[in-house]
Ligand binder design. Sequence first.
Ligand code: CAA
Length: 297
Amino acid sequence: MLVSLVRSLSRQRIRVPVSRFSTYNALRNNSEKDYKSDAPNYESILTESHDKVGLITLNRPKALNALSSDLFHEVNDALKKFDNDPSIGAIVITGNERVFSAGADIKEMLNQTFANSYKTNFLFHWGEINNVRKPVIAAVNGFAQLGGGCELAMSCDVIYAGETAKFGQPEIKLGLIPGAGGTQRLTRVVGKSKAMEIVLSGRTFTAQEAEQWGLVSKVFPVSEVLEKAIELGQEFAGFSQPVVQAAKESVNAAYELSLREGCHFERRIFQALFSLNDSKEGKDAFANKREPNWTHD
Ligand code: CAA
């Protein structure tokens, strides 16, 4: 009784995106049992959890989810909360079915100066997502994964895309270049020639191209992307948290280290994992033909 009262009160606190975003409504209806709202009073995002997965929804639809400083501070805050929440094993960031994000808020940059952006280290706080220990999955849809929106998706660990999703780094058209890792992350994945073509022309590319190049992990029908991303998060969250964290850290090291250093790093982490109870449990469960019971230590 008390539980259902608390649940109904917390549901009222969520500002659900308008009903045209059928995926979200369907998803909520499907997962009623596991659905939990824990949203503080954010202005530009929605947060909730779905059975071990924290969901962050960018929610400035009128501005095509342009990434204002306020919005990004809220994303960072929500990421930090989910990262520190032991009941959460993975995080999904999404937009709506029409747009993930049209990039940095151009109107906010109209009066930006070099002196001010240098003094305040403008966009530095966008990098906080790289400190998140748990896996972060981007579930993207629609015609705009553009500029900072594309960079935010590329900062996630996995990208799932809807079949009509379009990506691009159009900053050149504004007299700018990508400023949140676009020239670096895109180039590492798609190679110099394609990255040059995309960044120097501002042209968009499709979800199918992104999948072919390895930028996107899988492409789904539009209405399934978010659900599939949450399912993937739940799969990650079903394993030992410190081991998943170690696996993420090791894969990320591949971007920073030489092959020799990376393999050394991986081997040291692999060896260290023998000290975890979960590593003993995993091996014992295999040997005794039973399901492991992870205690996350
Ligand atoms: N910042 C601020 N507002 C934006 C925005 C952005 N990046 N993108 C769209 N909007 C706003 C528009 O100004 C418009 O607001 P109003 O209704 O108040 O006029 C509203 O969202 C709807 O946009 P449009 O009317 O332009 O919609 P459209 O369907 O005709 O076009 C679009 C869609 C092609 C995505 C177009 O909006 C567009 O080109 N947006 C800018 C994309 C872009 O250049 N992104 C890069 C930003 S710079 C960056 O991200 C730097 C970095 O690396 C960090």
